[in-house]
Structure formats: C-alpha cells, structure tokens
Design a protein around this ligand. Structure first.
Ligand SMILES: Cc1cc2nc3c(=O)[nH]c(=O)nc-3n(C[C@H](O)[C@H](O)[C@H](O)COP(=O)(O)O)c2cc1C
Length: 217
C-alpha cells in the first residue's frame, strides 16, 4: 500500500476478533518497524515488552483501564511501550559500538570518537534533570508507536494505541524502574471483529484542515 493510502485507511480498532492471532512472522515485522524508527542522535531510547498469551497478558492486566479491557482481552498481541529513564554514558557508548559494528564509521576511528563525544554532548543538554531526560526519551520513543501502527496496517493488522492505562502500575508490575525504564503506553494489535463499530464506513476519519495546523513562514 502506498503511504498516502496507509494514512487515510488506518483507523483505531475498538473490537477485536478473539479467535484470530497474528503470525509470528508478521508480528516480528511490526516490532522491526519499531526498532528501525529514527531517534535523536540515534539513541533508540526504547524497549518493547510483548504479551500474546493469556499468561503473559495476566502479568500486565492490572495496568489496563476498564474502558480498554475488552480490547485488551480480545486482541492478539500487546506491546507495552517503554522509554529509558536516562541516557547514561555507558549506554551511549554501547550505541556507538553498535554503529561501528554496523559500518557507520568506515575505516575512520576518529569518526567514532567524534560520534561518541557528539552524542554525549547533545544528550547532556537533556540530562539537566531526571524529568527532562525521561521526557526527551519519551518523545523519541513515541515515534516507534507510529511506525508500528502503520506497519501493522500495511500487513492488514488492526491496532489500538492505548494511553487509557496506568503507566505507574505497569512500572511496578514489570519492575521497570529497576531496569532503567518507564512505561509510556500500550499498543494492542489483532484483527477487527466483524462488528467493530469504529470502522471508517461508520466513523469517517476526521482531522483539522491543513490550514489549521500549518503556517507557512
Ligand atoms: C497516544 C494515543 C493514545 C490513545 N489512547 C487510546 C485509548 O486508550 N483507547 C482507545 O480506544 N483509543 C486510544 N487512542 C486512539 C485515538 O482516540 C485515535 O487515534 C483518534 O481518535 C483518531 O482516530 P483514528 O486513529 O481512528 O484515526 C489513542 C491514540 C493515541 C495516538
């Protein structure tokens, strides 16, 4: 599907068919779309927890608000979208080492040194407080949400971005603080039930006009 069609035809699924499961192969493509998302200085400050079995869902159920419970229970897969709470110097060096292994610096060792310093310098602007670095990481992590929603749609898989949940409860249930992570939201994936009321035929897409959201300078 071309991207313009993806944008106009994706919608938020409200009712899932509990009998339809996403294949492992397709779900990995969705995760891959998250992994390949861009981030400031390529810090990739995210982590995705996945629940697809009743047992796995039970571990996070208490973090779901009642309004989203039916879709949580019937969807095929849940991603708990988490952001790092910090950008430690050790973590930044790990990213730079991976970039090196992936061939980003060619045969120029000085390029690696420069990248390492640049990333540490740029992230230090946001390390002025614990809340600011966490907010910066969260802003970057939300980009993966969009990537995964559109990749899913391209595969014919429906989805629901879910902020109707209790992030602090997820933090506690999954012991996220101890892992240097915090929960932002969840994403449900699956296949719409045949009576999903939110389909575009019932509820056409609505957005403000371009003139309301764009200013040419
Ligand atoms: C960050 C975010 C959080 C959302 N939280 C919920 C939610 O908790 N439950 C729900 O049913 N829909 C949720 N939505 C879906 C929005 O209501 C929906 O995207 C919006 O109304 C536009 O409709 P569309 O996605 O069908 O185009 C959320 C969407 C986003 C992007």
């Amino acid at each position: 599907m071309d991207f313009a069609t993806l944008l106009t035809s994706r919608y938020t699924c409200k009712h899932y068919d509990p009998n339809k499961k996403i294949s492992k192969e397709d779900f990995e493509k969705i995760l891959e779309a998250g992994r390949l998302s861009p981030s400031a200085v390529n810090l990739q400050p995210w982590h995705f927890f996945v629940a697809s079995t009743p047992e796995a869902k039970a571990k996070i159920k208490d973090a779901v608000m009642p309004m989203n419970m039916e879709r949580f229970e019937n969807c095929s897969h849940v991603v708990v979208l988490c952001a790092k709470t910090d950008a430690t110097l050790e973590y930044i060096s790990k990213v730079v080492d991976k970039e090196d292994a992936d061939g980003r610096f060619g045969r120029k060792p000085e390029a690696k040194v420069g990248q390492d310093a640049g990333k540490k310098n740029f992230s230090s602007i946001h390390r002025i407080s614990a809340s600011e670095i966490a907010a910066w990481n969260a802003r970057n992590t939300y980009i993966t949400l969009a990537s995964m929603l559109y990749q899913a749609h391209d595969l014919g898989i429906d989805s629901t971005a879910v902020e109707g949940m209790y992030p602090q409860v997820a933090d506690d249930l999954l012991k996220l603080k101890e892992q240097g992570l915090t929960c932002l939201c969840m994403i449900f994936f699956g296949y719409r039930s045949k009576d999903d009321s939110n389909v575009l035929e019932n509820r056409p897409k609505s957005r403000l006009d371009l003139k309301d959201v764009v200013t040419y300078l």
